[in-house]
Design a protein around this ligand. Structure first.
Ligand code: HEC
Length: 153
């Protein structure tokens, strides 16, 4: 009668994996959760205005303005405490060690993102025409930072 034992062993292995996963998750530093959360707030709001710019959703001035305000809100979150050295260049997230070696360069691109978000905010409620150009500028700042400071996949 080997079968029950095998099943028990499998269940045990699964439970062990779950515990390991839960522990790993619990150990994710708050700074990492916070910065990744901000990045996801960015991408959700970018999609709102991006889809309007592409004509995939109907232009809605109020929704465009709220998305631009949200992007600006993220831009205003101070980044200095969100990228501690111990969380850079590890296997568990995608922030490169270079952020710690060149904080001024990293924060300069964050400032560019801030400026681009302000430009988008200025035009968001004026109609869909201006969205494309403003989003182009904004998108350049994501790419510049991801190219230099994020692990590529
Ligand atoms: C100044 C640098 C910088 C700017 C500007 C920036 N990012 Fe990021 N982004 C990063 C880094 C570094 C990571 C990896 C963070 C980590 O894994 O801890 C990241 C991660 C992400 C992620 C993955 C989040 C997750 O759940 O792991 C998304 C999505 C993202 N960025 C979208 C954007 C978009 C869209 C823009 C522009 C509108 C943008 N980012 C602007 C540096 C930047």
């Amino acid at each position: 009668m080997h079968r029950p034992l095998t099943i028990l062993a499998l269940v045990g292995a699964f439970a062990a994996t779950s515990v390991a996963f839960a522990e790993e998750h619990a150990q994710t530093p708050r700074e990492v959760k916070a910065r990744q959360g901000l990045m996801n707030v960015i991408s959700l709001n970018l999609a709102v205005v991006g889809d309007m710019a592409k004509g995939e959703t109907e232009y809605d001035a109020e929704a465009a303005e709220m998305a631009a305000d949200s992007l600006m809100g993220v831009a205003l979150v101070d980044q200095t405490g969100l990228w501690p050295d111990a969380t850079l260049g590890t296997q568990s997230n995608r922030a490169l060690g270079k952020i710690g070696e060149d904080r001024a360069g990293f924060l300069a691109i964050w400032d560019d993102f801030d400026a681009a978000a302000a430009s988008l905010q200025a035009v968001a409620a004026d109609g869909p025409e201006g969205l494309g150009a403003a989003l182009g500028e904004l998108g350049k700042t994501c790419k510049a930072c991801h190219d230099d400071y994020r692990v590529s996949r």
